[in-house]
Design a binder for this molecule. Structure first.
Ligand code: BGC
Length: 854
């Protein structure tokens, strides 16, 4: 508990005493979608919560600074950048009137197909913890709460509100609980309980009712004094969730606690005092974020925890920081021909900086993701960005004068055709330009009619008595050739084109569709049409009334114009590549593929993107492939590509960051925070489809790279190992030593000397992996072959050498002993291996544990 809060504790208890049971019951339920209830009498204002890991969305609309996806932040392995991202979160929260940000997500990337993989930091618990602690600590230092999510073992999306993760206690402790434990030690102010549940061998229960893990481990054992918040609409019960340790049901005011908690107290099913600790935790959080001001005359008002931000976070300042963060996150998977930074053919790479030997370049920028980058993943983390930088614009700006950038999609990655341009539509009744919208009651009566000049695919905040909408338009399709016209929607619907029924649906949907994100990217059913006139579009669609969320209608109206065939598009791109000094192909996933709410079923690049890469590689040997994806995709042409960069889901600075890397302004010093498989068949955990509602974590401690290491001698090699990333210089690892004194926490200090042997100044991520004593092969065969013990980031000028200290915490040497339910350090000779990735280990130090005090 922080000393500031300790000062306020007696006053918080005093305030608690003044509350009526009705007020207590109202305080532990949201007052709406994004805030808690106020009690003016005691100086308590609403506490406002908002998503999420990619930026602070805010509750009033408007735009936000959009960060690269969290997996990109961790790919920097740079805790200073992570802390600055935390500051930016605090500033953005202030700007949007938000007190608690629903981030970071510290679940692990257990399987590469996980829909929220991009929102997580890593497949490794230590890297996840380090990045999250830096970010949360920095944000909270400015009085903004971070709500760490989703406690615990909520690592996949299929049936996400129903499944139980079956995880043994040791695996939970050593892997999945690790980041949460570290964040509690670091003083996190709130934690979100997951939709899913856990079966730890002792208790199988939904997380929000899991007393042993929430009350027992989190609150009692670790001493967490913050607020446990439900995931949205995740609470399923009254008394079991009250006793399971949930403190705040979100959203409200309805839902199980809103509807039933006060009655449960009145009937004696729940005792009033069972609410006290929950209310106290809410008051504590409110005090911490500055939403509790004690009335005049009450002594000991909680001091404000807000310290000034070091930087004034103007939009320019956040753009400059995000540009650096995103460029730093980019991983050089390979560059066998020295294509990055860009040079003219036959020209040597400029020392240190830009191409600006001044040679003008003709660049072919290709791929649907070059034309329409996938800036951010789908789901609740979504923000509307303050600005968006596109690669073509940024490259044109950055390249030497006289350069030319030609842009071609070449590939099609999306299933759905593009959105219909409403300028083509006429209201068939009034004859006015636009779409006709009728709001219909259950009996078909028209409640309201409008002609809409724009349509972004959604009707939000629909009046509650409306059951359906009818959308009609006469659509101009006068270009000769084949058009496609259609609608993607959710729920009950009937869509007609020119009087013919092209799609129907009879399933009534509610909050289930929001939780599964099915409303974000509905697959459109389209009707092919021969152009030359008009087409009548007539769609009757359900109004979705989801408990806890706002009512809406979803209608992705789509239209593909006659145009080049996919084959023609490929050919155009290939011709442009052949005529250029260098080809840059951007390929990746899409919002239809990487999203909260569902998992992927394979790791393929969607559409014909692989074909585009193959053909461009054949047309121009000077080709750089950039991957625009948050999670692994299989790259079947990797061996043939001279240069491949992992460009992540880059956020608002997609263009400027990529241009900085390609022109040599910033080193792409990212390292993979997960393993890149070469083939889907080799993936250790290829899916997380529950069987009878259970996801079995049968791989135990061998998560991610640890599974690949276990079978290194016999199994397939990954395309790129955990920790891999080349940067743009070369390194020689010269010596390693381990301090003989334990550090304050009983851990180890490993010093590594290394030299930058390349021609450029560079940044290295020195990684130290721990290998267990040889006797563990028999004594503890479950113990992984090696695991990340620590890391350090260091900048070294070309030719210089340096020595870095890597701290390996005591926990890195410990195991959880199920028998005694305690941590222990198995004695023996541990090998500490320093290197550039888990498969590029350059130096080894042996340390006898048991012989040094700890
Ligand atoms: C997600 C959470 C998110 C919440 C509020 C849920 O569906 O799982 O991560 O914070 O919605 O948007």
């Amino acid at each position: 508990m922080s000393s500031q809060t300790a000062t306020a504790e007696p006053q918080l208890l005093h305030l608690l005493d003044q509350l009526t049971v009705e007020e207590k019951a109202a305080l532990v339920v949201g007052a709406g979608l994004w805030s808690t209830a106020p009690v003016e009498r005691i100086g308590l204002e609403p506490v406002v919560l908002s998503d999420g890991p990619v930026g602070v969305r805010g509750t009033e609309g408007g735009t936000s600074a959009m960060l690269p996806a969290p997996s990109a932040v961790s790919a920097t392995w740079d805790l200073t950048l992570a802390a600055t991202a935390g500051e930016l979160f605090a500033a953005e929260a202030r700007r949007h009137g938000v007190d608690v940000v629903l981030a970071p997500q510290v679940n692990l990337q257990r399987t590469p197909v996980g829909g929220r993989h991009f929102e997580c930091y890593s497949e490794d618990p230590h890297l996840t913890s380090e990045v999250a602690v830096a970010l949360v600590t920095a944000a909270q230092a400015h009085g903004v709460g971070m709500c760490v999510k989703h406690y615990v073992a909520n690592d996949s999306e299929t049936e996400r509100t129903r499944y139980l993760s079956r995880v043994d206690a040791r695996t939970l402790r050593e892997v999945y609980l690790q980041p949460f434990e570290r964040l509690v030690q670091a003083g996190a102010w709130s934690i979100m309980g997951a939709y899913s549940g856990v079966d730890d061998g002792e208790v199988a229960a939904p997380m929000l009712e899991h007393g042993p893990l929430v009350n027992g481990v989190l609150k009692e054992e670790w001493g967490f004094d913050g607020l446990v918040v439900s995931d949205w609409v995740g609470t399923q019960s009254v008394a079991p969730a009250v006793r399971g340790g949930l403190d705040l049901q979100m959203p409200g005011p309805d839902g199980p606690w809103g509807d039933g908690l006060l009655d449960a107290v009145r009937s004696g099913e729940v005792a009033e005092h069972e609410l006290d600790d929950k209310v106290l935790r809410l008051l504590r959080l409110a005090a911490r974020v500055g939403r509790l001001s004690l009335p005049d005359g009450v002594a000991g008002a909680p001091p404000s925890t807000t310290s000034p931000l070091a930087v004034e976070w103007t939009r320019d300042a956040s753009a400059a920081f995000l540009r650096e963060l995103t460029a730093r996150s980019i991983v050089v998977l390979k560059d066998t021909a020295g294509l990055v930074p860009l040079t003219a053919p036959g020209e040597a790479a400029a020392e240190g900086d830009r191409t600006s030997s001044g040679t003008a370049l003709r660049v072919a920028l290709l791929g649907s993701a070059a034309v329409a980058p996938f800036f951010q993943g789908g789901g609740s983390s979504f923000v509307v960005p303050d600005r968006l930088s596109h690669p073509a614009d940024a490259l044109r700006e950055a390249l030497p004068e006289g350069s030319e950038v030609v842009l071609h999609a070449g590939s099609r990655a999306l299933r759905n055709p593009p959105l219909l341009d409403v300028a083509r539509c006429t209201d068939p009744v009034s004859g006015e330009p636009g779409l006709r919208l009728d709001l219909l009651a259950g009996d078909g009566t028209v409640l309201e009619t409008q002609t809409l000049a724009t349509w972004d695919g959604w009707l939000q905040d629909v009046r509650p008595d409306a059951d359906a909408v009818r959308l009609r338009a006469t659509v101009r399709v006068d270009e000769p050739g084949e058009h496609e016209l259609g609608v993607g929607t959710v729920g009950v619907h009937e869509v007609r084109v020119d009087g013919d029924v092209v799609a129907t649906g009879s399933t009534v949907v509610a909050e289930d569709v929001v939780l599964a994100s099915g409303h974000n990217h509905p697959v459109a059913v389209v009707r092919p049409l021969t152009g030359g006139g008009t087409a009548d579009l007539d769609a009757t669609l359900q109004v979705v009334h989801p408990v806890g969320y706002d009512d809406f209608v979803r209608a992705a109206l789509v239209h593909r114009l006659p145009g080049p065939s996919p084959e023609d598009e490929l050919a155009e791109a290939v011709a442009a590549a052949a005529a250029s000094d260098v080809a840059i192909v951007v390929v990746g996933t899409t919002e239809e593929v990487e999203s909260e709410g569902y998992d992927r079923t394979d790791l393929d690049l969607p559409g014909n993107q692989d074909e585009l890469v193959r053909r461009v590689l054949a047309a121009n040997p000077r080709t750089i492939v950039v991957i625009n994806a948050g999670a692994p995709v299989v790259l079947p042409w990797l061996d043939d590509a001279p240069a491949v960069l992992w460009g992540w889901l880059p956020g608002q600075e997609a263009g400027t960051a990529l241009a900085d890397v390609l022109t040599g302004a910033t080193e792409p010093s990212g390292r993979l925070p997960w393993t890149l498989p070469a083939r889907y068949e080799d993936v250790p955990v290829p899916h997380a489809v529950p069987v009878d509602r259970v996801v079995d974590y049968a791989e135990g401690l061998d998560v991610g790279y640890r599974a690949w290491e276990r079978r290194a001698a016999t199994g397939a090699a990954p395309a790129a190992p955990f920790g891999h990333g080349l940067g743009w210089t070369t390194w020689s690892y010269e010596s390693v030593a381990v301090g003989t004194e334990a550090t304050a926490d009983g851990g180890l200090e490993v010093t590594v000397s290394l030299r930058n042997t390349g021609p450029r100044d560079g940044r290295e991520v020195v990684q130290v992996y721990v290998e267990p004593p040889a006797e563990d092969a028999e004594r503890d065969p479950r113990r992984p072959v090696r695991w990340l013990g620590g890391f350090a980031v260091v900048d070294v000028p070309a030719g210089d050498s340096t020595t870095v200290t890597v701290r390996v915490p005591a926990r890195a040497l410990q195991t959880w002993d199920d028998g005694t339910a305690a941590w222990r350090t198995p004695p023996g000779e541990y090998r500490l291996r320093a290197g550039r990735s888990v498969r590029d280990l350059r130096l080894t130090a042996v340390v006898p544990v048991g012989d040094i005090p700890r």
